[in-house]
Design a protein around this ligand. Sequence first.
Ligand code: PLP
Length: 263
Amino acid sequence: MDTSNLELVKRCIKENTAAIFIETPSNPMMFVSDIEEISKLAKKVNALLIVDNTFLSPYFQKPISLGADIVVHSGTKYLCGHNDVIAGFLITGSNIPKETTRIELIYKTEGAILSPFDSWLMIRSIKTLGVRMEKQQENALIVAKWLKSVPTVKEVYYVGLPEHVGYEINKKQALGSGGMISFRVTNKEIAQNVLSKVKLIYYAESLGGVETLITYPISQTHAESPKYLLEKLGVDNCLLRLSIGIENVEDIIIDLEQALREV
Ligand SMILES: *Cc1c(COP(=O)(O)O)cnc(C)c1O
């Protein structure tokens, strides 16, 4: 469901709703959901608000201070930042001690705990989270603006562009726009060519690392999604997603420029 549409969220909440799960900005269309407003709706029926905060990381967005009860992160992405650890984080607010105890019991008894080496890598990575996020964001804004000038690019979805539909809400609730960009090219041949022509940029499915990655949502992240949902979201064979890294931004643009040329 598109939780950036508050009216729709309102209509879906029932007396027995236990929790509302949102992701903002969302993958891959960068829809922005209003965390504070949705948390108010959740509180009315005593439902928990769970926020997937992977795209902006705690450096740019702090959902608990906006009324969320639980925050989840793919630690594999920005928190790790180097594409070398698979990890997840779950943070609970101090307002839900009962649920927190239950979650602690589950992870202790089920054994889904990070290994010592992966934990060490995570701790080391988080020390540079701020500088990485700043650089990725700086690069992303330059690349997003540049993409808008490319003849073979039809649409650019980046939360940091003032014309993006979620720009104002994101600005209200987050300290930044992050490093994720989706864009639509004019035809599927160009989209598929880009994937084989990039040299510096890796064609890979993950995100949030220091290297720039390009993803083809229709055959990668969203390959398992039902067709009606893809159509509704706007995920088609012309859509590409970029996770911008910390490289020299000119190198990223030079690579995209040669890859996006008309075939
Ligand atoms: C990758 C991702 C996940 C899943 O995380 P893993 O670390 O791959 O298990 C969940 N939410 C978002 C937004 C993601 O990008």
